[in-house]
Write a new protein. Structure first.
Length: 432
C-alpha cells in the first residue's frame, strides 16, 4: 500500500511556512484537510509572484484536482469563509466545487468575536495578543456543549431557539462582566439563518470521504494551523491558542484513524518568530532581530502585526519532535539569514543552576529559561532562490547539517524563497 498520508504541522509559534509546503506537496495527493484552528491562521502561497493568503481554506485549493476538506476540529466563521471563497472565485478559481465541510464544525458566532475582543481589552497589558477572531470563545462553547454547529445552521426551525439560549448567557457576561455592548438577538439569528443556505451544498461526511481516499491509497495531506508552542496543552500556556495543534489532532480533527498517518512533517523557520504575547527565550530585541524581521518581512499575513524574531531554538524543536512524532523537517526561510556575519542557535537553557535540553511546559517555566548559544559562521553569497542543496554556500550547508544533528531528525525540505518553486527537496515526505 502506498504511504501517501502526510501531516504538516508547525514546530514553533506558527507562521513557519506551512501553507507554502502544503501547496508544494499537494499535487502528489488527492486531498488536503484542515483539522484544527480557524481563521486565526494565515497561510501564504506565492506562485509566479502572485500572493494568496488562506485563512480557512486548505492550502491545496489552487490545484484543480485536489479536494479540500475542513474537518470537525476546525472552528468555522461562515462570513470569513465566504469572503475567502469570493476572493478566489473573482480570480476564476472554483473553490466551492472542491470544498467539503464537516457538519460537526463549531460555528464562530458574532458574540464569540465580541467576547474575544472585550476580554483582551479588559486584560490590558496582560493580554494574550489573540487575533481577535473569536477562536477561543468558540472552542469554549464547544467544550461547554452549548456551541452552534454547522448542522444547526441547516435547521432553520430549531436554530433561533438554540441561539436565543446561548446568547442570553453571553449577553449577560458581555454586559455585566466585560462592560461591553450586548448583541441583538434578531440580528444574530437572521445572519446565522442566511449562512445555512450558503453552506448547505458544502456540508459532507468528511470522515467517511477521507477514509475512502485513504483506503484507495490516493493520499491525504493534513494541514496544521498555528504551531506546537501555541498548543493549548503543550504550549506556553496561557499564551497559546485554544486548540491542539499537534500532529495527533489530525486524527481527532478529521475522523481518520491515527494509523492512517504515514509521515509527520514538521515545519520550522531557520530562525524563530512569535506574534502576540508570551515568553520567547531566544528573542532578539536588538538590531539583529530588527534586521531579520525586515528581511523576512515578518508581519502577520492575517492581522498585519509585527512578528518578534529570534534565533533557532533546538530544545523547543526537540520537544516538538517528541510530542508530534516528527519524521522529517522542512527548514524554511533560509535565505532570510543571507548576509549575517554569524548565525546563532540555542542548544540548551539554564534555569538557575539547572541545565535543560527540552523546552519546559507552560509560560512561567519558559520565561525563566536563559538560552545557551552555539555560533556558526554566516554566508556571504545568497541562498535566495537556490533550488539544489549542492548549490548552497558551504557555510549554509554546514548550518543545516549541524541543525539536523542537534535535533536528531532528517531535514527533507529546504525553502529559499516565498515562491512555490524556491524549494529544495532532499527526500519526498510522500512515500518517504
Ligand atoms: P504559515 O502560517 O505557516 O503558512 O506561514 P505564513 O504564510 O503565515 O508566513 C510565512 C511567510 O514567509 C509568508 O509570507 C511566506 O510567503 C514566506 N515564506 C515562506 N517560505 C519562505 C522562504 O523560504 N523564504 C522567504 N523569504 N519567505 C518565505
Ligand atoms: P498560522 O496558522 C501565529 C497566536 C496569536 C496569539 C495566540 C492566541 O498562520 O501559523 P487566538 O486568536 O488563536 O486565540 O490567539 O495565538 N496565533 C498565531 N500566531 N500564526 C498563527 O497561525 C496563529 N494563530 C494564532 O497571535 O498569540
Ligand atoms: Mg501564518
Amino acid at each position: 500500500m502506498a504511504k501517501r498520508n502526510v501531516v504538516v504541522i508547525g514546530t514553533q509559534w506558527g507562521d513557519e511556512g506551512k501553507g507554502k509546503v502544503v501547496d508544494w506537496i499537494a499535487p502528489q495527493v488527492a486531498a488536503v484537510a484542515r483539522f484544527q484552528g480557524g481563521h486565526n491562521a494565515g497561510h501564504t502561497l506565492v506562485i509566479n509572484g502572485q500572493k494568496t493568503v488562506l485563512r480557512l481554506l486548505p492550502s491545496g485549493i489552487l490545484h484543480p484536482h485536489v479536494t479540500c476538506f475542513i474537518g470537525n476540529g476546525v472552528v468555522v466563521a461562515p462570513d470569513a469563509l465566504q469572503i475567502e471563497i469570493n476572493e478566489l472565485e473573482a480570480r476564476g478559481i472554483q473553490a466551492r466545487g472542491r470544498l467539503r465541510i464537516s457538519g460537526a464544525c463549531p460555528v464562530v458566532m458574532p458574540y464569540h468575536v465580541a467576547i474575544d475582543q472585550a476580554r483582551e481589552a479588559k486584560r490590558g497589558a496582560a493580554k494574550i495578543g489573540t487575533t481577535g477572531r473569536g477562536i477561543g470563545p468558540t472552542y469554549e462553547d464547544k467544550v461547554a456543549r452549548r456551541g452552534i454547529r454547522i448542522t444547526d445552521l441547516l435547521n432553520p426551525s430549531t436554530l433561533p431557539e438554540k441561539i436565543s439560549e446561548v446568547l442570553d448567557y453571553h449577553n449577560f457576561v458581555l454586559k455585566n462582566y466585560l462592560g461591553a455592548s450586548e448583541l441583538d438577538r434578531d440580528l444574530v439569528v437572521s445572519q446565522a439563518l442566511s449562512w445555512g443556505g450558503y453552506l448547505a451544498p458544502l456540508v459532507a461526511d468528511v470522515s467517511a470521504e477521507l477514509n475512502a481516499i485513504c483506503a484507495a491509497g490516493k493520499g491525504v495531506l493534513f494541514e496544521g494551523a498555528q504551531g506546537t508552542l501555541l498548543d493549548i496543552d503543550h504550549g506556553t500556556y496561557p499564551y497559546v491558542t485554544s486548540s491542539n495543534c499537534l500532529a495527533g489532532q489530525a486524527s481527532a480533527g478529521t475522523g481518520v484513524g491515527p494509523r492512517e498517518i504515514n509521515h509527520v512533517l514538521g515545519i520550522t523557520k531557520a530562525y524563530t518568530t512569535r506574534v502576540g504575547s508570551g515568553p520567547f527565550p531566544t528573542e532578539l530585541t536588538d538590531e539583529t532581530g530588527a534586521w531579520i524581521a525586515k528581511r523576512g518581512n515578518e508581519f502577520g499575513s492575517n492581522t498585519g502585526r509585527a512578528r518578534r524574531c529570534g534565533w533557532l531554538d533546538i530544545p523547543a524543536l526537540k520537544r516538538a519532535v517528541e510530542i508530534n512524532g516528527i519524521d522529517s523537517l522542512a527548514v524554511m526561510k533560509l535565505d532570510v539569514l543571507d548576509g549575517l556575519p554569524e548565525v546563532k542557535v540555542c542548544v540548551g537553557y539554564t534555569n538557575g543552576a539547572t541545565l535543560l535540553d527540552r523546552l519546559p511546559v507552560g509560560a512561567e517555566e519558559v520565561a525563566r529559561c536563559v538560552p545557551a548559544y552555539e555560533s556558526f559562521p554566516g554566508w556571504t553569497t545568497p541562498t535566495h532562490g537556490l533550488r539544489s542543496f549542492d548549490a548552497l554556500p558551504e557555510q549554509a550547508r554546514h548550518y543545516l547539517t549541524a541543525v539536523q544533528q542537534l535535533i536528531g531528525v532528517p531535514i527533507s525540505m529546504i525553502s529559499t524563497g516565498a515562491e512555490r518553486d524556491d524549494t529544495i527537496l532532499l527526500h519526498s515526505p510522500v512515500n518517504y
